[in-house]
Design a protein around this ligand. Structure first.
Ligand SMILES: [Mg+2]
Length: 366
């Protein structure tokens, strides 16, 4: 059996991959969201030539061969495209065996607690507090993540909304009560000095248990300094990191307390499992980045069901989004939890109307 045909169905934000084998088996995967139409071009130019004609069940070897062959084009777009191949092959394997991917990975289908992830900084603190308290009551979320600092700071400490972080964190804490976990994300905003100050003066007194990307993520030494200094506030990060050697360095230098690979950015399930293993060997929990709706959340749920160092919560965006109605069944939060889809493979299908209106491209074996 070999990989015979690889198709993409693309729009600007989303691109799905369908793999077909010489045996007539089919698998469905997804390239990383955002500029996905560009990643689809990379997929056909730089990923499919290394995959066509190969054994679809040798996922690890295939993934490594693509990265090695494209070593002059490291990370980002090649890994984003590679995620489409990897996730389509896992679906194919699951459908062949009649099992969900989580079972192939050695786990069991179950539900996972979601943390409600806010994507907004423009929102007023009182309005953010009100909607999180309402979601806690209505959907049962027991954890939320809010955005602190400034989008455009990136280590210069300039704050687009001076005083917002100082007001937001205690306002939300008071509204959601002491029994709900509070996470924050600084999106690379601060210098180490300011990150530590924010941690000690604002986050620790409000029992924040997850301080994401406090410093520009590429300044690993800065993040490590914050992690070492803050004793009461765990530092988390890694969503942008796609180089496994960089991941090894991050873990070895104790840059973060919790690792957050993104299944699609890093290049698929196989490579995410390797990051999770690096973390597990160092005693660190893994809470993948899964802020983007679409199949990323599905991939992440299957993965979390199968790794021993899965963190207690799974990231689930609380914003209205462009993936509404895209998947069947849709993931929903009930009593604060999301069920892993249990059909064979990923257990979800894409709305056929979406495929009909997407840009189509195909690579085939000679
Ligand atoms: Mg983040």
């Amino acid at each position: 059996m070999e990989i015979e045909r690889l198709e993409t169905f693309s729009k600007r934000n989303v691109s799905f991959v369908r793999v077909h084998t010489s045996d007539g088996d089919v698998g469905l995967g997804q390239i990383a969201p955002y500029n996905a139409d560009i990643s689809a071009q990379v997929f056909h130019r730089q990923v499919t030539p290394h995959a066509l004609g190969r054994n679809p069940l040798e996922i690890g070897a295939l993934v490594d061969d693509v990265v090695e062959a494209e070593y002059k084009f490291p990370w980002s777009y090649v890994c984003r495209a590679l995620a489409g191949l990897d996730t389509a092959l896992w679906d194919l394997r699951g459908k062949r065996q009649g099992e969900p991917v989580v079972s192939l990975l050695g786990g069991t289908p179950t539900s996972h607690a979601a943390y409600g992830s806010s994507m907004q900084r423009e929102i007023e603190p009182a309005d953010e507090a009100e909607r999180l308290a309402r979601l806690h009551d209505e959907r049962g979320y027991d954890a939320f993540k809010i955005r602190i600092g400034s989008w455009d700071s990136k280590g210069d400490d300039e704050d687009q909304w001076p005083g917002r972080t100082e007001e937001l964190v205690p306002t939300v804490r008071e509204a959601i009560g002491d029994d709900v976990e509070l996470f924050v994300d600084a999106n690379s905003a601060y210098t180490p000095e300011r990150a530590i100050e924010v941690g000690e003066e604002i986050l620790a007194p409000n029992d924040v248990v997850h301080y994401e990307e406090p410093c520009p993520y590429w300044e690993l030494e800065w993040t490590a300094e914050v992690t070492e200094t803050l004793e009461d506030v765990p530092v988390t990060g890694g969503e942008q990191d796609t180089d496994l050697a960089q991941w090894r360095r991050m873990v070895e230098m104790n840059a973060v307390d919790v690792v957050q690979p993104d299944v699609c950015y890093v290049g698929g399930i196989e490579r995410t499992l390797r990051v999770a293993k690096l973390a597990a060997d160092a005693g660190l929990p893994c809470v993948p980045h899964s802020a983007n709706h679409s199949m990323v959340t599905v991939f992440t749920l299957h993965l979390l069901g199968a790794i021993d160092n899965a963190g207690p919560y799974f990231e689930f965006s609380i914003e209205d989004h462009w993936a509404e109605g895209l998947l069947e069944p849709e993931l929903v939060v009930e009593d604060g939890e999301v069920e892993v889809p249990i059909g064979p493979g990923w257990g979800v299908e894409v709305d056929p109307d979406w495929f009909d209106t997407a840009e189509y491209a195909v690579s085939e074996a000679d």
